[in-house]
Design a protein around this ligand. Structure first.
Ligand SMILES: [Ca+2]
Ligand SMILES: [Ca+2]
Length: 396
């Protein structure tokens, strides 16, 4: 294609997009089809050991916290000229790690700046359990938490070493949301995700300020609160296989997850209260068990799912981008695949998936995405232990 044809194509695309846009959409943001992306190390001097999560404290400080799978949390100031990381918490002696086990999730209390509370999700003990625990940071030494300050909120058995979920985020409602896997093995042999009598294959929601369950409470509007059917009251949504990472869109308050697939499809879900997301009846949009004619009554389908056929075999859920550095991505769900290293931007309008655009195709082992205090997006590259980000490609 010659230059004139390329120009013509761009103009044509631009016209098409203008026609397709609402009249209120009058900013000068280029259509994202014209923006090329690449990845770069965000903090070239810093390396982490098997990083699996990245977050802020939400306390007004720019600090970034990186969760290392073996049981440490590192902290650093990304605004420093030469950022250097120190150990915020070390609970390696309590954590069983390896494979999908380890220290897997971290979330800071909405009032962390006054109470010093933060919450972790890890696997430990023998036989294996998932542990949701609170730790306290001494406000006088804000870059170091006391490993002896543990208060266990909740534990639940892990029948197999894999599929331990691990995501944790506070919602704007002040409640703690936790993603759990189906317990593991393959195909959910115990049918845990559909069984509301246990906490596996679920999104849980806890009131960390409550005490009706001991060290936490059940939010008053949890969907199974007070039920007489033996359902666990902590459950917010169910029917998930391994919702490894979760995130809130700060603008819409929607809770997103990437649910890792079994043999054929990876899926993205917007989590609604009481929703049944289908596993193991369904894997993505397909029936799984039974393999055909599964009863889809009352199931919530994925907002988007993709085939494993092209080598994309393990979704890492990301974030709806609300930063400013990459204007063409604002409002899109940015996510990746751990196996293929591809990163995409999914457009969603009123719960319906639109264009799903490949941004980069070889971003390494993407274990988690995270955002800083300005909502700028990063991801953890598990193999090299680096914190990466997207940038627009320089045109030579
Ligand atoms: Ca497990
Ligand atoms: Ca599903």
């Amino acid at each position: 294609m010659n230059t004139h044809q390329q120009t013509y194509k761009k103009i044509f695309l631009g016209l098409f997009l203008l026609v397709g846009c609402s009249s209120s959409d009058q900013d000068m943001t280029p259509p994202d089809e014209e923006v090329a992306y690449q990845t770069e190390e965000a903090f070239p001097g810093l390396s982490f050991s098997a990083p699996v999560d990245l977050t802020t404290a939400g306390d007004g400080s720019p600090r970034l916290f990186v969760v290392e799978q073996a049981g440490t949390i590192k902290v650093f100031d990304p605004m420093a000229g030469t950022p250097s990381a120190s150990t915020f918490l070390d609970i390696r002696s309590k954590v069983t790690d390896g494979g999908e086990r380890g220290l897997l999730g971290l979330a800071f209390h909405p009032n962390f700046s006054s109470n010093g509370y933060f919450y972790v999700n890890y696997t430990g003990r023998s036989p294996l359990v998932s542990i949701i625990a609170r730790y306290t940071a001494n406000l006088a030494t804000p870059n170091q938490a006391d490993p002896a300050s543990e208060l266990v909120l909740l534990t639940f058995s892990q029948p197999y070493s894999n599929h331990n979920g691990g995501g944790m985020k506070f919602g704007k409602d002040g409640y703690l949301y936790i993603s759990t896997g189906d317990g593991g093995s393959g195909g959910d042999p115990q049918n845990n995700a559909q069984n509301r009598a246990n906490l596996l294959g679920k999104i849980l929601r806890l009131d960390v300020n409550g005490t009706d369950k001991g060290n936490y409470g059940i939010p008053t509007d949890n969907p199974f609160r007070g039920n007489q059917d033996g359902h666990r009251e902590e459950i917010y949504a169910y029917g998930l296989r391994n919702p490894w990472r979760i995130s809130f869109d700060p603008e819409t308050d929607q809770l997103w997850t990437g649910d890792v697939g079994q043999n054929s499809r990876e899926e993205i879900d917007i989590i609604t209260k009481g929703g049944n997301y289908g596993w193991r009846l369904k894997e993505g949009k397909d029936c799984y068990n039974p393999a055909s004619n599964c009863d889809q009554n009352g199931l919530v389908g994925p907002v988007y799912d993709y085939s494993q056929a092209d080598g994309d075999k393990s979704i890492t859920g990301g974030f709806v981008y609300r930063g400013t550095a990459l204007p063409a991505l604002v409002g899109k769900y940015i996510y990746g695949d751990y196996v293929s290293g591809r990163v995409w931007a999914l457009e969603v309008n009123n719960g319906q998936a639109g264009t799903n655009r490949l941004l980069v195709s070889n971003a390494g082992r993407i274990s988690a995405f995270g955002v800083d205090a300005q909502q700028e997006l990063y991801f953890c590259e598990y193999g090299g232990g680096k914190i990466m980000r997207l940038k627009t490609q320089q045109v030579p």
